[in-house]
Write a protein that binds this ligand. Structure first.
Ligand SMILES: CC(=O)N[C@H]1[C@@H](OP(=O)(O)OP(=O)(O)OC[C@H]2O[C@@H](n3ccc(=O)[nH]c3=O)[C@H](O)[C@@H]2O)O[C@H](CO)[C@@H](O)[C@@H]1O[C@H](C)C(=O)N[C@@H](C)C(=O)N[C@H](CCC(=O)O)C(=O)O
Ligand SMILES: Nc1ncnc2c1ncn2[C@@H]1O[C@H](COP(=O)(O)OP(=O)(O)OP(=O)(O)O)[C@@H](O)[C@H]1O
Ligand SMILES: N[C@H](CCC[C@H](N)C(=O)O)C(=O)O
Ligand SMILES: [Mg+2]
Length: 488
Protein backbone atom coordinates (compact mmCIF):
# COMPACT_ATOMS: atom_id res chain seq x y z
CA UNK A 1 0.00 0.00 0.00
CA UNK A 2 1.23 3.50 -0.76
CA UNK A 3 1.36 6.31 1.77
CA UNK A 4 -0.58 9.52 1.37
CA UNK A 5 2.73 11.38 1.05
CA UNK A 6 3.71 9.21 -1.94
CA UNK A 7 0.31 9.64 -3.55
CA UNK A 8 0.58 13.40 -3.24
CA UNK A 9 3.75 13.53 -5.37
CA UNK A 10 3.46 16.36 -7.94
CA UNK A 11 0.21 17.69 -6.43
CA UNK A 12 0.03 21.44 -5.94
CA UNK A 13 -0.42 21.48 -2.13
CA UNK A 14 -1.38 24.63 -0.22
CA UNK A 15 -1.42 23.18 3.29
CA UNK A 16 -1.34 19.88 5.20
CA UNK A 17 -2.98 19.35 8.59
CA UNK A 18 -2.22 16.03 10.24
CA UNK A 19 0.06 13.12 9.46
CA UNK A 20 0.49 12.32 5.76
CA UNK A 21 2.64 9.26 6.46
CA UNK A 22 -0.42 7.02 6.57
CA UNK A 23 -1.22 4.12 4.28
CA UNK A 24 -4.13 4.76 1.90
CA UNK A 25 -6.40 1.82 1.04
CA UNK A 26 -8.20 3.48 -1.87
CA UNK A 27 -9.03 6.90 -3.32
CA UNK A 28 -12.57 8.09 -3.88
CA UNK A 29 -14.28 11.19 -5.21
CA UNK A 30 -17.61 9.92 -3.89
CA UNK A 31 -18.30 9.89 -0.14
CA UNK A 32 -20.85 7.10 -0.67
CA UNK A 33 -18.07 4.73 -1.70
CA UNK A 34 -15.73 5.45 1.24
CA UNK A 35 -14.44 2.59 3.41
CA UNK A 36 -12.04 2.59 6.37
CA UNK A 37 -8.57 3.88 5.44
CA UNK A 38 -9.62 5.66 2.23
CA UNK A 39 -8.72 9.15 1.05
CA UNK A 40 -11.73 11.26 0.06
CA UNK A 41 -11.21 13.90 -2.63
CA UNK A 42 -13.83 16.66 -2.36
CA UNK A 43 -14.66 18.05 -5.81
CA UNK A 44 -16.97 20.93 -6.63
CA UNK A 45 -19.40 19.49 -9.16
CA UNK A 46 -22.51 20.62 -10.97
CA UNK A 47 -25.25 19.13 -8.88
CA UNK A 48 -23.32 19.22 -5.59
CA UNK A 49 -20.14 20.30 -3.84
CA UNK A 50 -18.03 17.40 -2.60
CA UNK A 51 -16.94 19.59 0.35
CA UNK A 52 -20.43 19.12 1.81
CA UNK A 53 -19.77 15.40 2.19
CA UNK A 54 -16.46 15.58 4.05
CA UNK A 55 -18.00 14.76 7.44
CA UNK A 56 -19.96 11.89 5.89
CA UNK A 57 -16.76 10.50 4.33
CA UNK A 58 -15.00 10.70 7.72
CA UNK A 59 -17.94 8.99 9.42
CA UNK A 60 -17.54 6.14 6.91
CA UNK A 61 -13.84 5.78 7.76
CA UNK A 62 -11.89 8.22 5.55
CA UNK A 63 -8.44 8.80 7.05
CA UNK A 64 -7.50 11.57 4.62
CA UNK A 65 -9.40 14.41 2.99
CA UNK A 66 -8.22 16.36 -0.06
CA UNK A 67 -10.09 19.64 -0.41
CA UNK A 68 -9.89 23.24 -1.62
CA UNK A 69 -11.21 24.75 1.62
CA UNK A 70 -10.65 23.19 5.00
CA UNK A 71 -13.81 22.37 6.99
CA UNK A 72 -14.60 24.37 10.15
CA UNK A 73 -14.30 21.35 12.41
CA UNK A 74 -11.13 19.34 12.10
CA UNK A 75 -10.96 15.74 13.25
CA UNK A 76 -7.62 14.88 14.97
CA UNK A 77 -7.51 11.40 13.38
CA UNK A 78 -7.71 12.63 9.80
CA UNK A 79 -5.06 14.16 7.55
CA UNK A 80 -6.39 17.18 5.64
CA UNK A 81 -4.65 18.30 2.48
CA UNK A 82 -5.63 21.65 1.05
CA UNK A 83 -5.01 21.96 -2.69
CA UNK A 84 -5.70 24.69 -5.23
CA UNK A 85 -7.78 22.43 -7.47
CA UNK A 86 -9.10 19.13 -6.15
CA UNK A 87 -10.24 17.80 -9.52
CA UNK A 88 -6.73 18.30 -10.89
CA UNK A 89 -5.18 16.85 -7.72
CA UNK A 90 -7.53 13.86 -8.05
CA UNK A 91 -6.12 13.04 -11.49
CA UNK A 92 -2.49 13.31 -10.40
CA UNK A 93 -3.18 11.31 -7.20
CA UNK A 94 -4.99 8.59 -9.14
CA UNK A 95 -1.94 8.30 -11.41
CA UNK A 96 0.43 8.00 -8.43
CA UNK A 97 -1.85 5.54 -6.62
CA UNK A 98 -1.81 3.19 -9.61
CA UNK A 99 1.92 3.68 -10.34
CA UNK A 100 1.32 6.02 -13.28
CA UNK A 101 0.23 3.39 -15.79
CA UNK A 102 -0.05 5.95 -18.61
CA UNK A 103 3.77 6.17 -18.52
CA UNK A 104 4.14 2.41 -18.97
CA UNK A 105 2.33 2.11 -22.28
CA UNK A 106 1.81 4.25 -25.35
CA UNK A 107 -1.39 6.20 -24.69
CA UNK A 108 -3.14 7.92 -27.59
CA UNK A 109 -6.16 10.18 -27.05
CA UNK A 110 -8.84 11.22 -29.52
CA UNK A 111 -10.97 14.31 -29.15
CA UNK A 112 -13.56 16.09 -31.30
CA UNK A 113 -17.35 16.28 -31.55
CA UNK A 114 -17.85 13.26 -33.80
CA UNK A 115 -15.72 10.27 -34.73
CA UNK A 116 -13.93 9.64 -31.40
CA UNK A 117 -15.34 6.14 -30.86
CA UNK A 118 -14.78 5.20 -34.49
CA UNK A 119 -11.16 6.42 -34.52
CA UNK A 120 -10.23 4.93 -31.13
CA UNK A 121 -11.87 1.58 -31.96
CA UNK A 122 -10.18 1.39 -35.36
CA UNK A 123 -6.80 2.16 -33.78
CA UNK A 124 -7.38 -0.54 -31.16
CA UNK A 125 -8.26 -3.11 -33.84
CA UNK A 126 -5.46 -1.99 -36.15
CA UNK A 127 -2.71 -2.21 -33.52
CA UNK A 128 -4.12 -5.54 -32.32
CA UNK A 129 -3.90 -6.81 -35.89
CA UNK A 130 -0.32 -5.52 -36.08
CA UNK A 131 0.56 -7.83 -33.19
CA UNK A 132 0.22 -5.58 -30.14
CA UNK A 133 -1.73 -6.22 -26.96
CA UNK A 134 -3.99 -3.18 -26.63
CA UNK A 135 -6.41 -1.39 -24.38
CA UNK A 136 -9.43 0.73 -25.36
CA UNK A 137 -11.48 3.29 -23.44
CA UNK A 138 -14.58 4.23 -25.40
CA UNK A 139 -18.25 5.13 -25.27
CA UNK A 140 -19.32 1.67 -26.44
CA UNK A 141 -17.07 -0.30 -24.10
CA UNK A 142 -13.66 -0.49 -22.52
CA UNK A 143 -11.40 -3.33 -23.56
CA UNK A 144 -8.25 -4.94 -22.22
CA UNK A 145 -7.22 -7.21 -25.06
CA UNK A 146 -10.31 -9.39 -25.63
CA UNK A 147 -11.72 -8.69 -22.20
CA UNK A 148 -14.65 -6.28 -22.22
CA UNK A 149 -15.23 -3.94 -19.29
CA UNK A 150 -18.57 -2.09 -19.54
CA UNK A 151 -18.28 1.67 -19.96
CA UNK A 152 -20.41 4.18 -18.04
CA UNK A 153 -18.85 7.28 -19.60
CA UNK A 154 -17.00 8.14 -22.80
CA UNK A 155 -14.03 9.07 -20.60
CA UNK A 156 -14.20 7.60 -17.07
CA UNK A 157 -13.46 9.50 -13.83
CA UNK A 158 -9.71 9.68 -13.06
CA UNK A 159 -9.71 6.88 -10.52
CA UNK A 160 -11.55 4.36 -12.74
CA UNK A 161 -9.47 5.57 -15.68
CA UNK A 162 -6.12 4.95 -13.99
CA UNK A 163 -7.38 1.65 -12.53
CA UNK A 164 -8.26 0.50 -16.07
CA UNK A 165 -4.89 1.63 -17.43
CA UNK A 166 -3.15 -0.21 -14.57
CA UNK A 167 -5.07 -3.39 -15.46
CA UNK A 168 -3.95 -2.92 -19.07
CA UNK A 169 -0.31 -2.64 -17.96
CA UNK A 170 -0.68 -5.67 -15.66
CA UNK A 171 -2.13 -7.68 -18.53
CA UNK A 172 0.75 -6.77 -20.83
CA UNK A 173 -0.78 -4.07 -23.05
CA UNK A 174 1.76 -1.88 -24.80
CA UNK A 175 -0.75 0.51 -26.40
CA UNK A 176 -3.96 2.13 -25.14
CA UNK A 177 -6.40 4.21 -27.17
CA UNK A 178 -8.92 6.43 -25.49
CA UNK A 179 -11.66 8.92 -26.24
CA UNK A 180 -11.16 12.26 -24.57
CA UNK A 181 -14.53 13.96 -24.17
CA UNK A 182 -14.79 17.70 -23.66
CA UNK A 183 -16.47 17.04 -20.29
CA UNK A 184 -13.45 14.98 -19.27
CA UNK A 185 -10.98 17.71 -20.25
CA UNK A 186 -13.00 20.34 -18.43
CA UNK A 187 -13.47 18.23 -15.30
CA UNK A 188 -9.75 17.28 -15.28
CA UNK A 189 -10.50 13.56 -15.58
CA UNK A 190 -7.33 13.28 -17.68
CA UNK A 191 -5.08 15.29 -15.33
CA UNK A 192 -1.70 13.63 -14.77
CA UNK A 193 -1.94 11.27 -17.74
CA UNK A 194 1.00 11.07 -20.09
CA UNK A 195 -0.17 11.01 -23.69
CA UNK A 196 2.11 9.87 -26.50
CA UNK A 197 -0.27 11.29 -29.09
CA UNK A 198 -3.41 13.36 -29.57
CA UNK A 199 -5.88 13.28 -32.46
CA UNK A 200 -8.47 15.91 -33.39
CA UNK A 201 -11.45 14.84 -35.51
CA UNK A 202 -13.74 17.88 -35.86
CA UNK A 203 -15.79 20.35 -33.85
CA UNK A 204 -19.43 21.21 -34.44
CA UNK A 205 -22.51 21.99 -32.42
CA UNK A 206 -22.94 19.92 -29.26
CA UNK A 207 -22.90 20.14 -25.47
CA UNK A 208 -23.67 23.87 -25.37
CA UNK A 209 -25.81 23.14 -22.32
CA UNK A 210 -22.52 22.39 -20.58
CA UNK A 211 -19.95 24.67 -22.21
CA UNK A 212 -22.42 27.55 -22.80
CA UNK A 213 -20.69 29.03 -25.86
CA UNK A 214 -19.07 27.50 -28.93
CA UNK A 215 -15.86 29.47 -28.20
CA UNK A 216 -15.63 27.94 -24.76
CA UNK A 217 -16.23 24.45 -26.23
CA UNK A 218 -13.34 25.09 -28.70
CA UNK A 219 -11.11 26.40 -25.91
CA UNK A 220 -11.69 23.28 -23.82
CA UNK A 221 -10.95 20.92 -26.73
CA UNK A 222 -7.82 22.91 -27.58
CA UNK A 223 -6.53 22.70 -24.01
CA UNK A 224 -6.03 18.94 -24.52
CA UNK A 225 -3.45 19.72 -27.22
CA UNK A 226 -1.95 22.59 -25.17
CA UNK A 227 -1.12 20.04 -22.46
CA UNK A 228 0.65 17.49 -24.66
CA UNK A 229 4.39 17.08 -24.01
CA UNK A 230 7.02 17.78 -26.68
CA UNK A 231 7.75 14.10 -27.29
CA UNK A 232 4.12 13.41 -28.21
CA UNK A 233 2.52 13.88 -31.61
CA UNK A 234 -0.59 15.93 -32.34
CA UNK A 235 -2.54 15.38 -35.53
CA UNK A 236 -5.41 17.51 -36.75
CA UNK A 237 -8.03 17.61 -39.47
CA UNK A 238 -7.04 20.39 -41.86
CA UNK A 239 -10.49 20.44 -43.49
CA UNK A 240 -12.20 21.43 -40.24
CA UNK A 241 -12.34 25.20 -39.84
CA UNK A 242 -10.96 24.87 -36.28
CA UNK A 243 -8.46 22.11 -37.10
CA UNK A 244 -5.34 24.33 -37.34
CA UNK A 245 -6.23 26.34 -34.22
CA UNK A 246 -6.24 23.18 -32.11
CA UNK A 247 -2.48 22.76 -32.58
CA UNK A 248 -1.58 26.44 -32.34
CA UNK A 249 0.05 26.30 -28.91
CA UNK A 250 0.99 22.66 -28.58
CA UNK A 251 4.55 21.62 -27.79
CA UNK A 252 3.93 18.28 -29.50
CA UNK A 253 5.15 17.29 -32.98
CA UNK A 254 2.44 18.60 -35.33
CA UNK A 255 0.87 16.79 -38.28
CA UNK A 256 -2.22 17.20 -40.46
CA UNK A 257 -4.63 15.08 -42.50
CA UNK A 258 -7.00 16.17 -45.22
CA UNK A 259 -9.20 15.05 -48.10
CA UNK A 260 -9.16 18.45 -49.78
CA UNK A 261 -5.76 20.09 -49.53
CA UNK A 262 -2.06 19.42 -49.10
CA UNK A 263 -1.39 17.74 -45.79
CA UNK A 264 1.04 15.32 -44.17
CA UNK A 265 -1.55 12.60 -44.69
CA UNK A 266 -3.64 13.25 -47.76
CA UNK A 267 -6.47 11.01 -48.91
CA UNK A 268 -8.83 11.24 -51.86
CA UNK A 269 -12.12 9.41 -52.28
CA UNK A 270 -12.38 7.55 -55.58
CA UNK A 271 -15.51 5.48 -54.85
CA UNK A 272 -18.01 5.67 -52.03
CA UNK A 273 -20.83 3.13 -51.95
CA UNK A 274 -22.56 0.55 -49.73
CA UNK A 275 -19.63 -1.86 -50.08
CA UNK A 276 -17.22 0.75 -48.73
CA UNK A 277 -14.72 3.34 -49.85
CA UNK A 278 -11.99 3.26 -52.43
CA UNK A 279 -9.39 5.91 -51.64
CA UNK A 280 -6.11 7.15 -52.92
CA UNK A 281 -3.85 7.45 -49.89
CA UNK A 282 -0.56 8.94 -50.95
CA UNK A 283 0.26 6.90 -54.05
CA UNK A 284 -1.71 3.84 -53.02
CA UNK A 285 -5.25 2.90 -53.98
CA UNK A 286 -6.96 1.19 -51.05
CA UNK A 287 -10.41 -0.31 -50.42
CA UNK A 288 -11.96 0.15 -46.98
CA UNK A 289 -15.08 -1.50 -45.55
CA UNK A 290 -16.27 1.68 -43.84
CA UNK A 291 -18.88 3.79 -45.61
CA UNK A 292 -19.19 7.53 -46.22
CA UNK A 293 -17.00 10.60 -46.48
CA UNK A 294 -17.01 11.12 -42.72
CA UNK A 295 -15.40 7.71 -42.34
CA UNK A 296 -12.80 8.66 -44.95
CA UNK A 297 -11.79 11.36 -42.44
CA UNK A 298 -11.76 8.87 -39.57
CA UNK A 299 -9.60 6.51 -41.63
CA UNK A 300 -7.11 9.27 -42.45
CA UNK A 301 -6.87 10.20 -38.76
CA UNK A 302 -6.16 6.55 -37.88
CA UNK A 303 -3.66 6.15 -40.72
CA UNK A 304 -1.80 9.34 -39.78
CA UNK A 305 -1.68 8.49 -36.07
CA UNK A 306 -0.44 4.95 -36.74
CA UNK A 307 2.36 6.22 -38.99
CA UNK A 308 3.30 8.90 -36.45
CA UNK A 309 3.43 6.14 -33.83
CA UNK A 310 6.12 4.52 -35.98
CA UNK A 311 4.18 1.99 -38.04
CA UNK A 312 4.91 1.13 -41.65
CA UNK A 313 2.56 2.83 -44.13
CA UNK A 314 1.88 -0.25 -46.26
CA UNK A 315 1.32 -2.53 -43.30
CA UNK A 316 -1.09 -0.01 -41.80
CA UNK A 317 -3.12 0.34 -45.00
CA UNK A 318 -3.26 -3.42 -45.57
CA UNK A 319 -4.58 -4.04 -42.04
CA UNK A 320 -6.91 -1.03 -42.06
CA UNK A 321 -8.47 -2.11 -45.32
CA UNK A 322 -9.92 -5.17 -43.62
CA UNK A 323 -11.45 -3.52 -40.54
CA UNK A 324 -15.15 -2.95 -39.82
CA UNK A 325 -16.52 0.12 -38.03
CA UNK A 326 -17.54 0.37 -34.39
CA UNK A 327 -20.84 -1.13 -33.20
CA UNK A 328 -23.87 1.05 -33.91
CA UNK A 329 -22.02 3.34 -36.34
CA UNK A 330 -23.56 3.01 -39.81
CA UNK A 331 -24.47 -0.52 -38.79
CA UNK A 332 -26.79 -1.85 -41.51
CA UNK A 333 -28.96 -4.85 -42.28
CA UNK A 334 -30.87 -5.61 -45.46
CA UNK A 335 -34.33 -7.21 -45.29
CA UNK A 336 -34.64 -10.54 -47.10
CA UNK A 337 -37.50 -9.96 -49.51
CA UNK A 338 -37.98 -6.24 -50.03
CA UNK A 339 -34.22 -5.55 -49.82
CA UNK A 340 -34.95 -2.61 -47.52
CA UNK A 341 -31.71 -1.24 -46.01
CA UNK A 342 -32.02 -0.49 -42.29
CA UNK A 343 -29.17 1.58 -40.84
CA UNK A 344 -28.56 2.05 -37.11
CA UNK A 345 -26.31 5.03 -36.44
CA UNK A 346 -25.21 7.01 -33.39
CA UNK A 347 -25.69 10.42 -35.04
CA UNK A 348 -26.84 12.56 -32.13
CA UNK A 349 -25.59 15.95 -33.29
CA UNK A 350 -26.80 18.07 -36.23
CA UNK A 351 -23.49 17.60 -38.06
CA UNK A 352 -23.41 13.82 -37.62
CA UNK A 353 -27.04 13.57 -38.79
CA UNK A 354 -26.30 15.71 -41.82
CA UNK A 355 -23.24 13.61 -42.68
CA UNK A 356 -25.01 10.33 -42.33
CA UNK A 357 -27.97 11.52 -44.43
CA UNK A 358 -25.62 12.89 -47.12
CA UNK A 359 -23.88 9.52 -47.19
CA UNK A 360 -27.21 7.72 -47.55
CA UNK A 361 -28.27 10.06 -50.38
CA UNK A 362 -25.04 9.15 -52.15
CA UNK A 363 -25.80 5.47 -51.83
CA UNK A 364 -29.12 5.77 -53.64
CA UNK A 365 -29.21 4.18 -57.06
CA UNK A 366 -32.61 5.50 -58.13
CA UNK A 367 -35.70 6.80 -56.36
CA UNK A 368 -35.47 4.87 -53.13
CA UNK A 369 -37.07 6.75 -50.22
CA UNK A 370 -35.06 7.73 -47.17
CA UNK A 371 -37.10 7.23 -44.00
CA UNK A 372 -35.53 8.63 -40.84
CA UNK A 373 -36.40 7.80 -37.24
CA UNK A 374 -34.76 10.20 -34.81
CA UNK A 375 -35.08 11.75 -31.36
CA UNK A 376 -32.95 13.90 -29.06
CA UNK A 377 -31.69 13.07 -25.58
CA UNK A 378 -33.23 14.71 -22.52
CA UNK A 379 -31.12 16.70 -20.01
CA UNK A 380 -28.70 17.55 -22.81
CA UNK A 381 -28.13 20.53 -25.12
CA UNK A 382 -31.64 21.74 -26.02
CA UNK A 383 -30.45 24.06 -28.80
CA UNK A 384 -29.55 21.13 -31.06
CA UNK A 385 -33.14 19.83 -31.09
CA UNK A 386 -34.72 22.17 -33.69
CA UNK A 387 -31.57 21.93 -35.83
CA UNK A 388 -31.67 18.13 -35.82
CA UNK A 389 -35.40 18.30 -36.61
CA UNK A 390 -34.67 20.55 -39.57
CA UNK A 391 -31.77 18.44 -40.87
CA UNK A 392 -33.82 15.23 -40.67
CA UNK A 393 -36.79 16.76 -42.49
CA UNK A 394 -34.72 18.51 -45.13
CA UNK A 395 -32.74 15.43 -46.11
CA UNK A 396 -35.30 12.62 -45.81
CA UNK A 397 -38.46 11.68 -47.68
CA UNK A 398 -40.28 10.75 -44.49
CA UNK A 399 -39.40 11.44 -40.90
CA UNK A 400 -40.61 10.03 -37.64
CA UNK A 401 -39.65 12.03 -34.56
CA UNK A 402 -39.46 9.86 -31.51
CA UNK A 403 -37.91 9.52 -28.06
CA UNK A 404 -34.18 9.02 -27.53
CA UNK A 405 -33.21 8.88 -23.83
CA UNK A 406 -35.70 11.35 -22.35
CA UNK A 407 -34.01 11.09 -18.93
CA UNK A 408 -35.90 13.47 -16.60
CA UNK A 409 -37.67 15.38 -19.42
CA UNK A 410 -41.11 14.98 -21.00
CA UNK A 411 -40.55 13.16 -24.35
CA UNK A 412 -43.48 15.05 -25.91
CA UNK A 413 -41.83 18.38 -25.11
CA UNK A 414 -38.49 17.29 -26.63
CA UNK A 415 -40.32 16.24 -29.79
CA UNK A 416 -42.15 19.60 -29.93
CA UNK A 417 -38.76 21.35 -29.82
CA UNK A 418 -37.57 19.20 -32.73
CA UNK A 419 -40.76 19.96 -34.67
CA UNK A 420 -40.18 23.69 -34.18
CA UNK A 421 -37.15 23.47 -36.51
CA UNK A 422 -39.09 21.98 -39.43
CA UNK A 423 -39.84 24.45 -42.24
CA UNK A 424 -43.44 24.80 -43.49
CA UNK A 425 -42.68 22.97 -46.74
CA UNK A 426 -41.27 19.97 -44.95
CA UNK A 427 -44.05 19.51 -42.38
CA UNK A 428 -46.03 17.04 -44.49
CA UNK A 429 -43.13 14.61 -44.32
CA UNK A 430 -43.03 14.48 -40.55
CA UNK A 431 -44.98 12.47 -38.02
CA UNK A 432 -44.22 12.12 -34.33
CA UNK A 433 -44.53 8.94 -32.29
CA UNK A 434 -42.90 9.06 -28.89
CA UNK A 435 -42.86 5.26 -28.48
CA UNK A 436 -39.52 4.36 -30.15
CA UNK A 437 -40.54 0.80 -30.95
CA UNK A 438 -43.76 2.02 -32.61
CA UNK A 439 -41.73 4.60 -34.53
CA UNK A 440 -39.35 1.95 -35.89
CA UNK A 441 -42.28 -0.33 -36.72
CA UNK A 442 -44.04 2.49 -38.57
CA UNK A 443 -40.88 3.31 -40.55
CA UNK A 444 -40.61 -0.34 -41.58
CA UNK A 445 -44.26 -0.42 -42.62
CA UNK A 446 -43.73 2.72 -44.80
CA UNK A 447 -40.72 1.17 -46.54
CA UNK A 448 -41.14 -0.22 -50.03
CA UNK A 449 -38.69 -2.23 -52.13
CA UNK A 450 -35.08 -1.06 -51.59
CA UNK A 451 -36.00 1.99 -49.49
CA UNK A 452 -33.52 3.06 -46.82
CA UNK A 453 -34.43 3.44 -43.15
CA UNK A 454 -32.12 5.39 -40.86
CA UNK A 455 -32.53 4.95 -37.11
CA UNK A 456 -30.39 7.63 -35.58
CA UNK A 457 -29.18 8.70 -32.15
CA UNK A 458 -28.73 5.60 -30.03
CA UNK A 459 -26.34 3.41 -32.02
CA UNK A 460 -24.89 0.71 -29.75
CA UNK A 461 -26.97 1.68 -26.69
CA UNK A 462 -28.88 -1.25 -25.24
CA UNK A 463 -31.25 0.77 -23.12
CA UNK A 464 -33.60 3.72 -23.05
CA UNK A 465 -33.16 5.94 -20.00
CA UNK A 466 -36.44 7.22 -18.63
CA UNK A 467 -36.57 8.99 -15.26
CA UNK A 468 -33.38 7.43 -13.96
CA UNK A 469 -34.32 3.89 -15.05
CA UNK A 470 -32.56 2.20 -17.96
CA UNK A 471 -35.13 0.06 -19.80
CA UNK A 472 -33.73 -2.58 -22.17
CA UNK A 473 -33.89 -1.28 -25.75
CA UNK A 474 -31.76 -2.10 -28.77
CA UNK A 475 -32.44 -0.30 -32.09
CA UNK A 476 -30.82 -3.01 -34.18
CA UNK A 477 -32.72 -5.80 -32.42
CA UNK A 478 -36.04 -3.96 -32.86
CA UNK A 479 -35.24 -3.37 -36.52
CA UNK A 480 -34.48 -7.07 -37.08
CA UNK A 481 -37.72 -7.98 -35.28
CA UNK A 482 -39.77 -5.60 -37.44
CA UNK A 483 -38.18 -6.78 -40.69
CA UNK A 484 -39.01 -10.36 -39.71
CA UNK A 485 -42.56 -9.43 -38.68
CA UNK A 486 -43.39 -7.49 -41.84
CA UNK A 487 -41.88 -10.01 -44.25
CA UNK A 488 -43.44 -13.06 -42.60
C1 LIG B 1 -22.26 16.88 -16.19
C2 LIG B 1 -21.22 15.89 -15.83
O1 LIG B 1 -20.36 15.59 -16.62
N1 LIG B 1 -21.29 15.36 -14.61
C3 LIG B 1 -20.25 14.45 -14.11
C4 LIG B 1 -19.77 15.00 -12.77
O2 LIG B 1 -20.87 15.02 -11.93
P1 LIG B 1 -21.27 16.29 -11.09
O3 LIG B 1 -20.28 17.40 -11.29
O4 LIG B 1 -22.71 16.57 -11.33
O5 LIG B 1 -21.13 15.72 -9.65
P2 LIG B 1 -22.03 16.18 -8.44
O6 LIG B 1 -23.18 15.28 -8.30
O7 LIG B 1 -22.23 17.65 -8.51
O8 LIG B 1 -21.05 15.86 -7.22
C5 LIG B 1 -19.83 16.59 -7.01
C6 LIG B 1 -18.91 15.68 -6.30
O9 LIG B 1 -19.51 15.29 -5.06
C7 LIG B 1 -19.47 13.91 -4.94
N2 LIG B 1 -20.59 13.45 -4.11
C8 LIG B 1 -21.87 13.61 -4.53
C9 LIG B 1 -22.92 13.15 -3.71
C10 LIG B 1 -22.62 12.50 -2.48
O10 LIG B 1 -23.49 12.07 -1.71
N3 LIG B 1 -21.31 12.38 -2.15
C11 LIG B 1 -20.28 12.84 -2.91
O11 LIG B 1 -19.14 12.67 -2.55
C12 LIG B 1 -19.51 13.37 -6.35
O12 LIG B 1 -18.97 12.07 -6.46
C13 LIG B 1 -18.65 14.39 -7.08
O13 LIG B 1 -17.30 14.05 -7.01
O14 LIG B 1 -18.79 14.14 -12.22
C14 LIG B 1 -19.24 12.78 -12.02
C15 LIG B 1 -18.08 11.99 -11.42
O15 LIG B 1 -16.96 11.97 -12.29
C16 LIG B 1 -19.69 12.17 -13.35
O16 LIG B 1 -20.17 10.87 -13.16
C17 LIG B 1 -20.80 13.05 -13.91
O17 LIG B 1 -21.18 12.52 -15.16
C18 LIG B 1 -22.60 12.52 -15.40
C19 LIG B 1 -23.21 11.24 -14.83
C20 LIG B 1 -22.85 12.58 -16.91
O18 LIG B 1 -23.92 12.25 -17.39
N4 LIG B 1 -21.89 13.04 -17.68
C21 LIG B 1 -21.97 13.14 -19.14
C22 LIG B 1 -22.60 14.45 -19.60
C23 LIG B 1 -20.57 13.03 -19.66
O19 LIG B 1 -19.59 13.15 -18.93
N5 LIG B 1 -20.45 12.76 -20.96
C24 LIG B 1 -19.15 12.66 -21.60
C25 LIG B 1 -19.33 12.38 -23.09
C26 LIG B 1 -19.92 13.53 -23.81
C27 LIG B 1 -19.68 13.39 -25.30
O20 LIG B 1 -20.45 12.69 -25.96
O21 LIG B 1 -18.72 13.98 -25.82
C28 LIG B 1 -18.39 11.46 -21.08
O22 LIG B 1 -17.13 11.54 -21.04
O23 LIG B 1 -19.04 10.43 -20.80
N1 LIG C 1 -15.54 12.15 -38.65
C1 LIG C 1 -16.84 12.34 -38.51
N2 LIG C 1 -17.41 13.51 -38.86
C2 LIG C 1 -18.72 13.72 -38.71
N3 LIG C 1 -19.59 12.80 -38.26
C3 LIG C 1 -19.09 11.60 -37.89
C4 LIG C 1 -17.69 11.30 -37.99
N4 LIG C 1 -17.50 10.06 -37.55
C5 LIG C 1 -18.69 9.60 -37.15
N5 LIG C 1 -19.67 10.51 -37.38
C6 LIG C 1 -21.10 10.42 -37.07
O1 LIG C 1 -21.19 10.61 -35.65
C7 LIG C 1 -21.76 9.47 -35.01
C8 LIG C 1 -20.99 9.17 -33.76
O2 LIG C 1 -19.71 8.69 -34.13
P1 LIG C 1 -18.69 8.24 -33.01
O3 LIG C 1 -19.40 7.41 -32.05
O4 LIG C 1 -17.48 7.68 -33.65
O5 LIG C 1 -18.39 9.68 -32.39
P2 LIG C 1 -18.02 10.11 -30.91
O6 LIG C 1 -17.19 11.34 -31.08
O7 LIG C 1 -17.38 9.00 -30.21
O8 LIG C 1 -19.39 10.44 -30.20
P3 LIG C 1 -19.61 10.66 -28.56
O9 LIG C 1 -19.35 12.11 -28.33
O10 LIG C 1 -21.00 10.34 -28.31
O11 LIG C 1 -18.66 9.78 -27.83
C9 LIG C 1 -21.67 8.35 -36.03
O12 LIG C 1 -22.71 7.43 -35.83
C10 LIG C 1 -21.78 9.10 -37.36
O13 LIG C 1 -23.12 9.40 -37.64
N1 LIG D 1 -22.22 11.03 -25.05
C1 LIG D 1 -23.41 11.67 -25.53
C2 LIG D 1 -24.31 10.61 -26.01
C3 LIG D 1 -25.66 11.06 -26.52
C4 LIG D 1 -26.45 9.90 -27.00
C5 LIG D 1 -27.90 10.13 -27.15
N2 LIG D 1 -28.52 8.86 -27.33
C6 LIG D 1 -28.48 10.84 -25.92
O1 LIG D 1 -28.84 10.14 -24.98
O2 LIG D 1 -28.57 12.08 -25.92
C7 LIG D 1 -24.01 12.53 -24.42
O3 LIG D 1 -24.01 12.09 -23.27
O4 LIG D 1 -24.46 13.63 -24.69
MG1 LIG E 1 -17.72 8.22 -28.36
Amino acid sequence: MKTLREILYNVNILAVQGNNDIAVRALSIDSRQIKTGDAFIAIRGFAADGHQFISKAIALGASAVICETLPDTISPDVCYVQVSNSAQAGGVMAGNFFDNPSQKLTLIGVTGTNGKTTIATLLFRLFTQLGHHCGLLSTVQNQIGDRIVPATHTTPDPISLNALLADMVAEGCDYAFMEVSSHAIHQQRIAGLRFAGGIFSNITHDHLDYHKTFDEYIRVKKSFFDQLPNNAFAITNLDDKRGPVMLQNTKARKATYSLRSMADFKGKIIENNITGLVMLVGEREVHFRLIGEFNAYNLMAVYGAAVLAGKDKDEVLAALSDLKGAEGRFDYIISKEQRVIGIVDYAHTPDALLNVLATIKNLRQGHEQIITVVGCGGDRDTTKRPVMGEVAAEHSDKVIFTSDNPRSEDPGEIIRQMEAGVGVHQRKKVISLSDRKEAIKTACSFAKQEDIILIAGKGHEKYQEINGVKHPFDDKQVLLEMFALLEK
